[in-house]
Ligand binder design. Sequence first.
Ligand code: C2O
Ligand code: CU
Ligand code: CU
Length: 475
Amino acid sequence: MLNRRQLLRRGAAAGLLVAAPAGLIVGGRPGSAEAATAAFTVPLAVPRPLRPARRAGRDLYRLVTQEGEAAILPGARTRIRGFGGTLAPLIVAHRDRPVVVELGNRLAEPFALHLHGGHVPVHSDGHPKDQIEPGGRRTYCYPNAQRAMTLWMHDHTHHAHAENIYRGLAATYLLTDRFEEQLPLPKGQYDVVLQLRDAKFDENNALVYDMHRPEDRPTILVNARPRPYFEVAARKYRLRLVNTANERGFFLRLSDGTQAGAELVQIAADGGLLPAPAPTGALALWPGERNEVVVDFSRYPVGTELVLENLAAFEGETPEVMRFDVVRTAPDPSSVPAALRPAPDLGTPAVRRDFHLAFDPASGQHLINGKPFDISRVDIRPRLNVTEVWTIRNSDTLGIPHSLHPHLEQFRVLSRDGRPPAPGEAGLKDTITVMAGQSAEIALRFTDYTGPYMYHCHMLGHQMMGMMGQMEIVR
Ligand code: C2O
Ligand code: CU
Ligand code: CU
């Protein structure tokens, strides 16, 4: 087990990994492995899309948040909190076809549904002031008037959110559109959502939640199964990686027995398709973020096993995340076009803002510009249709990584430490993670909706301990 100091150093190391050039292989296997469950003993569960209760111009879903029992570890049942008592569900939505979610909260704690990455009116954003009390209900409307991308849904109450998400309340929300459907990318069963997170289980297979020990969550779950295996055909797959962990960053590499590892062709990030595919040997995925890659398994003979590894595993953990077993051949009409989707022009910046992110050892709080979150305070008032540039500076003195996630709009990364963004960050994003001592500049423009929305660090413990602000979008 790492102590606090080692943990922080590890965070810094992970930061270096992020900055490593594409294809560079860094790190190695940590020593002793004391994983809770042996790797690759359970198959990956591929989520099937939920069926709407009604389809009439819009898709209506009736969901309840409730406790339930789920099969996570082999041969065991674990108490969880889920949508309808299940884990890692999937909603598939189409651009300009609204989704309505009628949510009943049957938990013993409050719940506020947030569509992460969603361009939604304020009453549907899951603001903590709109939380649903136990036994209550609320209707959320998502217009889906935005580009195709992989989004996710999670709790946004203040204080209960981290544990609610940890105990299972995270759903994937896949938004498609014409533009993307017409591209020859892998589709159908070859387009797979992989929700990544960590967890800790006790001897009775119960989930242990200790917000002060995020480094002690040694079991990696993919779609709520521990280090699963996935039988694939020898052809191209689109893998949609979603990090729903409270605080763990992944630095992913697909080991194929060669020095370089398998080629991961990144095609999309938080805000959908990149302008152009970005081939890499390793990929960072911080909490809240999504990255999508195409992997061509036809490069390997049937019988090959490839292991997805986390190069940023803590000492004492095993790096394995999941295994891909090439078990059959299949025709492959798919391809990755040389050009994907240009990033939109967000206009000429007229407003600049600074965000300093840091843990404050004196108060034990995580702060933005020296202040902890206060629901009765409005921190900034961006105007509709005015382009802003935000400088995000991680001034943490303990080396802790932080992120910033503004609700409502996707942004473009202008620079990191004064240098242009890597190809994998050249599209739209909604969550950006910055290592201690580093900075990033983003451009964004709020459109369509006014009212109070949040921005915050997506390390959920930090967010709970103050690292959140409130912006009121005004005309
Ligand atoms: Cu993933 Cu405020 O959100
Ligand atoms: Cu969000
Ligand atoms: Cu943080």
